[in-house]
Ligand binder design. Structure first.
Ligand code: TXA
Ligand code: MG
Length: 340
């Protein structure tokens, strides 16, 4: 695997590599993606292999400009053009009827395809120079933490891929919002960088997939996803236990806390029962917390702590996406078994 940077020569090399069927990890504003030529089935098959991703989990096609989405999907349904105009380039993925040419491997055989135009300068330049639609899931092994730095990609996928373009840390830090526009009313399949509040302004009827009442429609909605190897417990805001002798505090295991806001952090630090306290945003800013989430989880996973206990963020803005990822990180992988 070769590391490329943001200069013209390396951008040209990344674009050439994509055109010739190579796997190129590249930064987007959300997380790093593992890109391959969407028209090349062998290259797409290699994505699944490198990530160890089951073939029932479809991929997002990335396009250089909003106009290029018409080559991939049918945007003539209600709201598609309005949403594209409002949020592209940006962290919104739309699920729409696919164009004939889109390989089944990308859509897992579904009649729909997920498409997004990312708002990252470097990603945009590579996509424009490559001149092809690029299929790109997050550049992590299936089910594991998403990568928000080139280093995360290198340690997670290493030699299973051909190139990684290092564009520094991703600004948003959580994945795009996935909205299914092939159904009425439109449904948010995965909360992400564009918030429910923002979407409701344009699509008042939009619904948020509710995991407590509905079974998963997309594999990204499976519980246990985006997970650190370290067990993670999720608590309501302000309810992290602070007394070591309380039931539930595991004996002889170091517990790292993740919290939100300096008041809570001060309380947890003074309790002195946690091996570390990570405050995702001392000022209580959900956007800052989202940007720091995966970096913090990667760090704690490497730190060797026994468990991670995290508190939920307020359910507003991108806080919903952070809560969704924390919830999925807290679910044990055994729940993925088809019998459960
Ligand atoms: O921010 C992002 O979306 C990042 C960057 C790299 O663009 N990509 C990303 O891709 O998160 P991935 O593969 O990790 O997640 C794509 C999600 C999955 O939950 C998948 O199930 C869903 O989109 N998806 C893709 N195609 C779909 C379809 N036709 N219908 C329903 N869900 C779909
Ligand atoms: Mg992913």
């Amino acid at each position: 695997m070769k590391i490329l940077s943001a200069n013209d020569k390396d951008i040209a090399a990344a674009a050439r590599a994509l055109r010739s069927g190579k796997l190129v990890a590249l930064p987007t504003e959300t997380v790093y993606g593992l890109g391959a030529d969407a028209r090349n089935e062998r290259a797409i098959a290699r994505i699944f292999e490198a990530k160890n991703r089951p073939e029932f989990d479809p991929l997002i096609i990335h396009v250089a400009t909003p106009g290029d989405a018409d080559g991939v999907a049918d945007l003539s349904v209600p709201f598609a053009r309005e949403l594209a105009a409002a949020f592209w380039p940006g962290p919104l993925t739309m699920v729409l009827r696919r164009k004939e040419w889109v390989p089944d491997l990308i859509t897992s055989g579904l009649p729909t395809v997920a498409v997004r135009c990312p708002a990252h300068e470097l990603a945009g330049r590579i996509l424009r120079e490559a001149g092809i639609p690029v299929a790109a899931p997050s550049a992590n092994a299936f089910g594991r933490l998403s990568p928000t730095t080139a280093q995360h990609v290198i340690s997670g996928l290493g030699d299973r891929i051909d190139y990684v373009v290092d564009g520094g840390p991703c600004l948003l830090g959580v994945e795009s919002t996935v909205v299914d526009l092939s159904m009425e009313p439109p449904l948010i399949l995965r909360p992400g960088g564009v918030s429910l509040e923002q979407l409701r302004e344009l699509v008042p009827s939009i619904e948020l997939f509710d995991r407590s009442t509905t079974s998963p429609r997309a594999p990204g909605q499976l519980p246990s996803h985006y997970a650190p190897i370290t067990p993670l417990r999720l608590y309501e805001a302000g309810t992290l236990p602070v007394e070591a002798e309380k039931p539930g505090f595991p004996e002889g295991i170091s517990v790292a806390a993740i919290c939100f806001g300096h008041k809570e952090a001060a309380k947890l630090r003074s309790a002195a029962v946690f091996s570390s306290v990570t405050d995702l945003s001392p000022e209580g800013d959900v956007v800052e917390a989202a940007a720091r989430l995966f970096g913090a989880l990667h760090e704690l996973e490497l730190s060797g702590c026994g468990e991670i206990w995290a508190e939920r963020l307020p359910d507003r803005g991108v806080g919903r996406a952070v809560n969704d990822r924390l919830y999925k990180a807290s679910v044990k992988p055994c729940l993925l078994s088809p019998k459960s």
